[in-house]
Design a protein around this ligand. Structure first.
Ligand code: ADP
Ligand code: MG
Length: 270
């Protein structure tokens, strides 16, 4: 990672972000920072506003209020500066179905005007790590969900970006691939890059993230390291307990599980 590409050196500063869709307030006054060498996890239940936040950070969606800075650049007004520095793995992979991964990566590399041989070297080591060789020349339309996810991750890494933005990147990956992706993320951090990561899977965030922001209904309800979050809710339990407490759903979930157990017990006795 070269110096000039680092801009002001701070991967993400998000300030008071607001975004609605009609009546629905998806993100509400959300502020957070991601520092260089840090992996920051946005954690929250379905519909909490994670994907909307990721899209605003990446310049795919304008905030109604507030501002994002990526290495000091604004994703809406300076999209080229920002796209150079971000590797995005979106929730829904936008890949070209009729191309093979090889063709798709070449296409991305040429649009980004990257050095072809550097790209090939980087891709070869990723293909090796992901055991992807046999899918490299098959149309993307024929790939399984997990292999598309691998292709999406690889295409995000093509230009060696200093910031990775990953929306639920572990969904649908097998244990080996999860391990490989974790290693890739750790190497990225060791090289001084930053990572924004979203998940509703608590164990993954707990084991991976330097800091976690718990969001619910578009608002930040708690933020800190895992141990700081523990301290905050005066709990020594797992992050799952912290998470549920923070969003005040623990009693609600217990009730739901109780009701579910009753309903399922009835069904099996039929
Ligand atoms: N394009 C959209 N149009 C309408 N509503 C949306 C759109 N995108 C997201 N939402 C709504 O915004 C809220 C937050 O969604 P999202 O950011 O996708 O949450 P998460 O990724 O945490 O599951 C949800 O209520 C969702 O239904
Ligand atoms: Mg989402």
């Amino acid at each position: 990672m070269t110096e000039h590409i680092m801009g002001n050196g701070v991967p993400i500063v998000a300030t008071q972000l607001v975004r609605n869709f009609g009546e629905t307030v998806a993100v509400n006054q959300l502020s957070f920072k991601v520092h260089a060498g840090e992996i920051y996890g946005l954690l929250g239940p379905n519909g909490a506003g994670k994907t909307t936040t990721v899209r605003m950070v990446s310049g795919l969606l304008p905030p109604i209020e507030g501002e994002v800075q990526v290495f000091g650049f604004n994703p809406m007004t300076q999209p080229i500066e920002v796209k150079k520095r971000i590797g995005l793995v979106p929730e829904d992979h936008i890949l070209y179905e009729s191309l093979t991964p090889r063709e798709f990566f070449n296409f991305v590399a040429s649009v980004r005007r990257l050095n072809q041989s550097e790209v090939e070297n980087r891709m070869l080591s990723l293909i090796d790590a992901f055991e992807f060789a046999e899918y490299y020349d098959k149309p993307i339309a024929t790939l399984s969900h997990g292999n598309r996810q691998k292709a999406s991750i690889m295409s995000a890494l093509i230009h060696d970006p200093p910031l990775l933005v990953l929306d639920e990147p572990f969904s649908g990956l097998d244990a080996r691939t999860v391990r490989v992706l974790k290693d890739i993320l750790n190497i990225h951090l060791e090289n001084g890059g930053g990572i924004l990561f979203s998940s509703h899977i608590l164990e993954v965030a707990e084991s991976l993230c330097d800091r976690i922001g718990i969001i619910d209904e578009g608002r930040m309800v708690a933020e800190g390291t895992v141990s700081e979050l523990r301290e905050m809710v005066k709990s020594h339990g797992s992050l799952e307990e912290i998470f549920l407490r923070a969003v005040q759903q623990d009693e609600e979930v217990a009730e739901t599980v109780k009701a579910l157990r009753k309903a399922l017990a009835k069904n099996t006795s039929l």
